[in-house]
Design a protein around this ligand. Sequence first.
Ligand code: DX5
Ligand code: ZN
Length: 232
Amino acid sequence: MSSNNTLRLAPSILSADFARLGEEVRAIEAAGCDLVHFDVMDNHYVPNLTIGPLVCEAIRPHVSIPIDVHLMVEPVDAIIPLFAKAGANIITFHPEASKHVDRSLSMIRELGCKAGLVLNPATSLEWLDHVMDKLDMVLLMSVNPGFGGQKFIPSTLAKLRQVRARIDAHKAAGGQDIWLEVDGGVKTDNIHEIVQAGADTCVAGSAVFGAPDADGGYRGVMQALRRAAHPS
Ligand code: DX5
Ligand code: ZN
């Protein structure tokens, strides 16, 4: 279980209107989100192609909240400095896409960003074993990466509990804080069990950008997610 009621909401701009991206990121910040989740796909590590450092640089002046860059690219090392330069604050990557995971994590921190590993639904937690001190975030995929709008995979809940226990044990032994983020299929009807299982940061793409204006738009869905996560 998460040790307090911290919940960071990170709308994924994958589901935003790309023709109006500056306006879209301003709107989600005004609506009360905590991070901008920025999905980078390369048509190699995942079968889809999205946005790169130029787009990160373009949206940077439009928001003051951190930009959370999720790299679904292989290899990862050459692109990391470009995102750091483009204004990313958090950079996460999939360990199987890097030949030298420890080196890639160190590089992200040396460039002044927070570093994290992303684990797919079938990826083992053993990747965390020897790099806990190099992590600022663990991101658990609750769908297979590549597309927005997929259904949450329920076995993620058990995996979340295991990572929460690892992080809490690491902190109890004097280690640094590590955020635990979940990505894929997060909605108002499952966010409660997701935070109960230990997540403190939730990505939500289609749930946020598909929110009907009649329900209060982005602000309405953000409030609904927070209420559903921690019903009083
Ligand atoms: C999937 C991406 C996710 C996705 C989330 O590869 O990493 O960030 O866009 O979208 P939803 O919330 O619609 O599942
Ligand atoms: Zn993502």
